[in-house]
Design a binder for this molecule. Sequence first.
Ligand SMILES: Cc1cc2nc3c(=O)[nH]c(=O)nc-3n(C[C@H](O)[C@H](O)[C@H](O)COP(=O)(O)O)c2cc1C
Length: 141
Amino acid sequence: MKTLIIFYSYTGKTRELAQTLATKESADIIELKDQKRPSTIGAYVVGSLSAMRQKQAKLQPFQADFSAYEKIIIAMPLWAGFPAPAFNNIIPALPSGKQIEIIITSGSGNSGDTQKRVQTMLSEKSCTLVGFRDVTHISRS
Ligand SMILES: Cc1cc2nc3c(=O)[nH]c(=O)nc-3n(C[C@H](O)[C@H](O)[C@H](O)COP(=O)(O)O)c2cc1C
């Protein structure tokens, strides 16, 4: 099965997870990158608001032929209870009818509402949420 993992990471945790998973699943991997990395305050204030309002991030252009994959995994950090704004850049690019798996990384692991929100956002593209995981970051310090 051809698998694509597409992810965004601000502080590196989601990147680490996505890269490990891509190796394990022999998946193709695409990282969504900011045009300009937001400052910490920018991420918490502007970024969180954008996430809550489901607004897109200013990203470097990316290309993904989603239709070429049988399995698509989107990995995103949780920002203010929503997937980080880069998630909203992916949704319009998804072909309708796709089955999508979501991996959220978060500080709390408390994403019951997030799953419902993501499901709603995907259903607008007639996509189906076939897997949802919230991976709480465990500090190694
Ligand atoms: C702007 C911002 C907002 C966040 N909001 C939440 C939140 O609402 N709930 C939570 O559990 N963690 C929150 N976090 C923590 C991140 O979701 C968590 O550390 C995540 O694993 C970071 O992934 P990354 O290193 O790939 O960016 C937030 C982090 C940032 C930077």
